[in-house]
Write a protein that binds this ligand. Sequence first.
Ligand code: BDR
Ligand code: CA
Length: 312
Amino acid sequence: THKIILDTDPGIDDAMAIFFAFQSPEIEVLGLTTVFGNVPAEMAAQNGLSLVELAGKDIPVTKGASVPHVGPESSYAHFVHGDDGFGNINHPAPKGQLDPRSSAEFIVEMARKYPGEITLVAVGPLSNLALALKLEPDLPKLIKAVNIMGGAAFVPGNVTPVAEANIWNDAYAAEIVFAADWRVNMFGLDVTYDLPFPPNFVDILEEKNPSLGGFVAKASQFYMDFYSQGHDERRCFFHDAFPLAYLLDESLFEMTEGHMRIGTDPLHIGQTSFAPIGTTMSEFWTKMPPVFVATKVDHPRLTTLFIDTYAK
Ligand code: BDR
Ligand code: CA
């Protein structure tokens, strides 16, 4: 099995990804480490607890960074995920308690406990990972891999023409994470925004799994309204589940190796600037460690994997 820590800002596609991980027998989720992003940090933490309780799991949920490394408090994505982060569905408050550790402390403690075994799956801003690297500079030696949902290497961004939301939310943290000497696999808009899921996708999840799929279907209505603006058909995207799918089946993706820099000047803040190895640009940024960027996905097989896993 794959031991993971799921770093998340729940969030509707976060919820879909968290349940996908819980439903996968090959994945052991050691804890949810939450971070500001789609919603403020405290709401992200409470939402994380709610999802763990809904799934009947008993794992720690930690509260993480509430502001980016540099710059002011961010703007949240309530227009995508609703005021509550769950599409305004009046979900009851969780009953349980947060773990007393911060998200960064939890990541470091677990990495020391299981050296070389843990994959960090990060599907929100990279603030907690950068803080953990500050707490434990040897963290890259203790972590197996870092699978990130974020960035847009060869396609436009979704917050600015060049920046995707998770990287844009904390560009300085992202620069720290991409510069660290660990294996980074990036699943950005290149693959997650490639093909939409059809309108009945969430209904199928609900049919296969009335409780967890039912929650996703209900929460997704608001999210689908957002993604359907200007389109004839209702549609949606489940970005955050992609880095988990890679853990289960690497053959779903084509990965391109290269070197990555993150834009930090005002115009390009949060840009994932990628120099693929083997191209005319491959001499760029070679002092940065190699990064693997997903550039192609087998969408039909991925869709089947999601549905089959929810059906378990
Ligand atoms: C990413 O931003 C968030 O809104 C989603 O949860 C996802 O992690 C997509 O750009
Ligand atoms: Ca997210």
